[in-house]
Write a protein of this length. Structure first.
Length: 126
């Protein structure tokens, strides 16, 4: 499994949603929100503990492999559309899915959200 250098993640329902940019080298994470679900916005500088936390999740779940996760066989008119762009030393992979959740998807999503929401508002999003 390759080390993840950058992640772009966007999720939406009905066209509006949240977007995150995580950059290991710059030690930053940035968020934009079209639905007012995040309690803090903008760019944050990550601590060494933050980087270790994110690196642990990135290693645990092979994000690049998510592109091979099967599409949903159920037609839905609502739900969650998401896009993930993963950059490693060797490649950049862009994955877009709708109502499909590979193993670890919730954990990676929650890891990104945790930098911009209070615990109380995170619980309300589940």
């Amino acid at each position: 499994m390759e080390a993840v250098k950058r992640v772009y993640y966007r999720e939406s329902g009905r066209g509006t949603g949240q977007t995150f940019w995580w950059d290991h080298a710059c030690q930053t994470i940035r968020a934009e929100d079209e639905e007012n679900r995040l309690t803090a916005l903008g760019k944050r500088t990550l601590t060494q503990d933050d980087l270790t936390f994110m690196d642990t999740w990135m290693r645990k779940y092979d994000l690049v492999a998510w592109r091979t996760y099967p599409e949903s066989v159920h037609e839905m008119l609502d739900g969650t559309d998401w896009t993930l762009e993963v950059t490693t030393n060797n490649q950049t992979v862009c994955i877009s899915k709708s109502n499909v959740y590979p193993p670890g998807w919730r954990n990676i999503r929650d890891a990104l959200y945790r930098f911009f929401t209070s615990q109380a508002s995170q619980e309300g999003q589940r």
